[in-house]
Design a protein around this ligand. Structure first.
Ligand SMILES: [Zn+2]
Length: 477
């Protein structure tokens, strides 16, 4: 018999806010243990939560990027369970009226575009972290991540292979990063995923027994886990190797196996009830409209636009992989209208500078219009490429006027041919061997003379002009 796999995902994404969801503690990643805590996020008696408005902004933004309907009155609820990293013994989440419902993400498959349904997106708080010390045989708790804002994106069971899951997660990541909802960094846990999987005979419309693998945090592990779990289910159905039960399982990426953790809880076990301390959040037309207006173009649309400007598929893909790069590109292109030149400066030169600083593409923070001006200076022959890179490096430090900076630092190409001629004469006189070699047919010998002359001119000479004048001078003798 042939089987098909049915997969639904619950993706947790940490929101890119400065502060936590219900208090003003920093939500930044890292820090000393228990550095970013206060009585509110530690669940001390009498402390009351206050909703961080920016969390709702980002929740709405995510929903709009994923084609969802926005619940204009959205409420918070308590999900009760005990774990040492949860100081209140309940998690504040959304159950009865989540912020977004009924959307989709379109992915590319070999059979064309496929829409993966989004059941809902809800806002909630993260839990803390237990640190196990094997040496002293103790467990300590770090509350820095407690109450860091998350959204959980619940898909419908529309995915049917590991490839589709990867395409979906990559598209989701691209959309959310582009809209600045989250950095979506798997390695920092700001994106993680629960995989719900079942298997059924092909063509059947009855769902099989579902198992859930929790807290997956890398694409490669997700792919391996799906492949393992699919064959385990098929084996059980086909050969009766085991009885499948609805349960939560843990994926061990080193052993390449999943292990039973606990029977799957039902919603009733969590005793969801409305949090009486948090007023319903009502989203009026003005608020809704301001978020709608702030949405960026979808990365796919932007990429197609870049390709139509003459960029290669690869370059366009690079630019839309980061909103910062795309924004700088747009402003620079607007100024100079030279797409390929802007892409080159960004993808080669800016990347080199960021790599040296050990920063990611999202850290790019230069004035796009100034980059456009710099490119115009290069194309007008007013500055050499080598010196333009020095101006670019300065643009990373502060917002400068490229022409003014180049002028003040002696980086503008000199039109003083008298001076160039004088330098050429000196260089020729000092190296008769190179001159003889060149005249004897060694074309490359001229590069030594060229290099020396350019050095003496401080790099501020149009390279073609210098070369032409040098050859003319040698041929005179
Ligand atoms: Zn706090």
């Amino acid at each position: 018999m042939r089987y098909e796999t049915v997969i639904g995902l619950e993706v947790h994404v940490e929101l890119a806010t400065e502060s936590k969801i219900f208090c003003s503690c920093s939500a930044k990643f890292g820090g000393e243990q228990n550095e970013h805590v206060c009585p509110a996020c530690c669940g001390m008696p009498g402390m009351l939560p206050i909703v961080n408005k920016h969390v709702v902004d980002l929740g709405m933004t995510a929903g709009m990027m994923l084609n969802c309907k926005i619940n204009r009155t959205t409420t918070f609820d308590k999900k009760s369970y005990y774990y040492p990293d949860l100081p209140c013994s309940y998690q504040t989440t959304q159950w009865f009226a989540p912020i977004c419902v009924d959307g989709y993400v379109a992915i590319d498959t070999p059979d064309g575009e496929k829409k993966i349904g989004i059941k809902q997106i809800h806002m909630e708080e993260d839990a803390g972290k237990l640190v196990h010390d094997d040496w002293t045989d103790t467990s300590l708790v770090d509350f820095n991540r407690t109450s860091v804002p998350l959204i959980e994106i619940v898909s419908r069971p529309d995915l049917s292979s590991a490839d589709e899951v990867v395409a979906y997660l990559e598209e989701l990541r691209s959309l959310l990063r582009f809209a600045k909802v989250s950095q979506c960094r798997w390695e920092q846990g700001s994106m993680r995923c629960d995989v719900n999987l079942s298997v059924r005979p092909e063509g059947s419309d009855v769902l099989g027994v579902r198992t859930e693998m929790k807290n997956m945090n890398s694409l490669s592990a997700i792919v391996r886990a799906i492949e393992y779990e699919t064959s385990r289910h098929i084996d059980a159905l086909e050969n009766g190797t085991e009885e499948l039960v609805q349960e939560t399982r843990r994926w061990d990426d080193v052993k390449g196996k999943s292990f039973a953790m606990r029977n799957k809880e039902t919603a009733g076990d969590y005793r969801y009830f409305p949090d009486p301390n948090i007023m319903p959040v009502v989203i009026d037309d003005e608020w809704y409209g301001s978020i709608k207006e702030s949405l960026p173009e979808f990365p796919k649309v932007k990429k197609a636009k870049y390709v139509s400007l003459g960029l290669s598929d690869y370059d366009a893909e690079q630019l839309v992989s980061s909103r910062a790069f795309s924004d700088v590109f747009d402003a620079a292109y607007e100024k100079c209208k030279m797409a390929k030149e802007v892409a080159n400066r960004l993808i080669t030169d800016c990347m080199t500078i960021l790599n040296k600083k050990q920063q990611t593409m999202d850290a790019l923070n230069i004035n796009g219009t100034s980059l456009g001006e710099l490119i115009l200076l290069i194309s007008d022959g007013k500055i050499t490429l080598a010196n333009a890179k020095r101006v670019l490096a300065a643009m990373f430090e502060e917002d400068i006027d490229p022409a003014k900076y180049a002028e003040e630092n002696g980086l503008i190409v000199s039109n003083d041919t008298g001076k160039v001629e004088q330098v050429i004469k000196e260089v020729i006189a000092a190296d008769p061997k190179a001159v003889a070699d060149y005249k004897g047919g060694k074309e490359k010998a001229i590069m030594a003379l060229f290099g020396k002359a350019m050095k003496q001119l401080g790099g501020n000479c149009n390279p073609q002009l210098l070369k032409d004048m040098l050859i003319a001078e040698i041929n005179k003798n």
